[in-house]
Design a protein around this ligand. Structure first.
Ligand SMILES: Cc1cc2nc3c(=O)[nH]c(=O)nc-3n(C[C@H](O)[C@H](O)[C@H](O)COP(=O)(O)OP(=O)(O)OC[C@H]3O[C@@H](n4cnc5c(N)ncnc54)[C@H](O)[C@@H]3O)c2cc1C
Length: 502
């Protein structure tokens, strides 16, 4: 029997094991851990792909290797160049983390390249039984679900058309005609095809960029329900996807609307598009304030909607993920375990908040099964958990702007540190762009000898400055914040013991 089974072997799982290894929480310590999982999102992504963040917020300071980054083209963020972390660099970083874990947990860690099946995690005796697709059954005292967001979500007309294409009379083509955006991005698209990209998230922007630059699409439409309002916000965190969005706006490729129906033209010639997509294109009149965000958004006038046909070789869809889909983090848990799950909140001292303001994970009442990392964002498809999941996104309020995507690495790493009680104390390797307020308070007290009140107030100022920063809380920002603090409060905080780089 294992002490602990960790399901997943990507950013969430690796950060969990690393944090648990270094943290103070006894309930996450293990003398025999089994990791079940295959390759993660980033190891399957083209290595030169730029993530939406810089290494300052994505990487722990675990070794001397400098991360490589991708040049931003053009530079809408105003950064010089070469700032974003690449998928290849991040994958090498995760491997260095795995190596460090192996060294510390030598003889205590087992890894299997396998997949947990639907309803594969169930209670058995005082522990759990975990079943995998290769027929193995493992037993453990506790289980950690860290298996990501789940498979791509879909829509009824898309599923109907896929079923139609799967029938014997529809001779398959040598490229997927209907494909989710992540799979599309991870493969070389056929050149010069007509493509409809459906969705308004950052993932849809990746797909559009791929269709444009690698696929050299001859005709392209990019559609989502809120059109450019959605694409320019959700689709463009910190300006990362500005280039493709500017191109699409200039070329008039973006429409607001929805897919009504997809018919397959089986009589189409070999090179001709055979997806006949019927679209409802929304009409807009003026602007109104969004009730949730207060932003000015286009006002829909449904009486003006029009139906339009678009013929495409390929339909690429990006409509989120489905935690209850095949192998997703919700689907692998037995129904009774899913029903047991509730929220695990941060202590109020950890983020200087009111009680129960920040969600870290979901757990069973006996704290033997945990759902952590990006899987928390999807709420396992459970309505009750969905009600509290915004409190997971709340962690982003304490990070830089680029760290705010709720399914992202910055939030998952920060919540896992908080959950496992990992505390950074060394000024030389302190992660200023991601440290929790309580870690900053402790560092200021220990290194600079500040009293609790002064340390709390200065930490709050630093976190406020950090939340306004795009990518990192830089040494210059820290020095200036401390100088301003000294001016306002007539204190004499000396930054020398913080050992900030020049
Ligand atoms: C298109 C896209 C772009 C993104 N861009 C960014 C970005 O720029 N920056 C950012 O911070 N975040 C980004 N994200 C968010 C993403 O959630 C994180 O970057 C990160 O990949 C989450 O890590 P993870 O380990 O939770 O999930 P993944 O990286 O998806 O890894 C999941 C792991 O779980 C395993 N697994 C899955 N199901 C099972 C099962 N049933 N049994 C056993 N093992 C299983 C997999 O094999 C894998 O090892 C993006 C997400 C998407 C989809």
């Amino acid at each position: 029997m294992f002490d602990q089974i960790v399901i997943g072997n990507g950013s969430s799982a690796v950060h969990f094991i690393h944090s648990a290894m270094l943290g103070s929480e006894a309930k996450f310590k293990s003398d025999k851990t089994l990791v079940i999982g295959k390759s993660d999102l980033w190891s399957q992504t083209p290595s030169g792909h730029a993530l939406g963040q810089t290494p300052a917020i994505l990487e722990r300071r675990i070794g001397p290797v400098a991360p490589s980054t991708a040049t931003e083209t053009p530079s809408p963020t105003g950064l010089p160049t070469a700032q974003y972390e690449t998928a290849g660099s991040f994958t090498r970083y995760l491997d260095r983390m795995r190596q460090q874990i192996n060294e510390v947990m030598y003889g205590k860690l087992y890894v299997t390249n396998d997949t947990v099946i639907a309803n594969g995690v169930a209670r058995a005796g005082n522990g759990f039984e975990v079943k995998t697709s290769s027929g193995n059954v493992y037993e453990a005292k506790s289980v950690i679900v860290a298996s990501g967001l789940g498979p791509a979500n879909s829509l009824p007309p898309i599923e109907l058309a896929k079923a139609e294409l799967g029938k014997a009379y529809a001779e398959p083509r040598d490229y997927p005609e209907i494909v989710d955006a992540v799979t599309y991005y991870q493969t070389k698209p056929p050149k010069g095809h007509d493509v409809l990209v459906y969705g308004g998230s950052a993932t849809s922007a990746w797909a559009s960029s791929h269709a444009w630059k690698i696929g050299e699409a001859s005709r392209m439409m990019w559609m989502c329900r809120r059109g450019i309002d959605q694409i320019s916000t959700e689709g463009n965190p910190v300006g990362r996807n500005s280039e493709v969005i500017q191109m699409a706006v200039k070329q008039g490729l973006i429409e607001a609307g929805e897919i009504k129906n997809i018919a397959i033209d089986l009589g189409a010639g070999p090179g001709e598009p055979r997806l006949m997509i019927e679209l409802k294109v929304y009409a807009f009149a003026g602007h109104e304030r969004d009730a949730r965000t207060g932003d000015l958004v286009s006002k829909r006038d449904a009486t003006g909607d029009v139906t339009r046909a678009f013929r495409a070789h390929q339909l690429v869809y990006a409509v989120g993920s489905d935690p209850l889909g095949s192998g997703g983090p919700g689907s692998i848990l037995s129904v009774s375990i899913r029903d047991e799950l509730g929220a695990a909140y941060a202590k109020d001292s950890q983020f200087q908040t009111d009680p129960n303001a920040v969600l870290l994970a979901y757990t069973t009442p006996d704290e033997k099964l945990w759902v952590v990392g990006a899987s928390v964002f999807g709420a396992l498809g459970m309505p009750d958990l969905r009600k509290v999941r915004d409190k997971y996104a709340k962690v982003g309020d304490f990070l830089t702007q680029s760290g705010t995507p709720p399914e992202g690495i910055a939030i998952l790493a920060t919540t896992l540190d908080a959950l496992t009680g990992r505390f950074q104390t060394n000024p030389a390797t302190f992660e200023w762009s991601r440290a929790r307020p309580e870690e900053i308070v402790k560092l200021l007290k220990d290194a600079c000898g500040l009293d609790d009140g002064t340390a709390q107030a200065l930490a709050q100022s630093l976190v406020t400055v950090r939340a306004d920063a795009k990518f990192a809380l830089t040494p210059a920002m820290i020095r200036k914040t401390v100088a301003d603090f000294n001016d306002v409060y007539r204190t004499r905080v000396d930054v020398t013991p913080l050992r900030l780089p020049a």
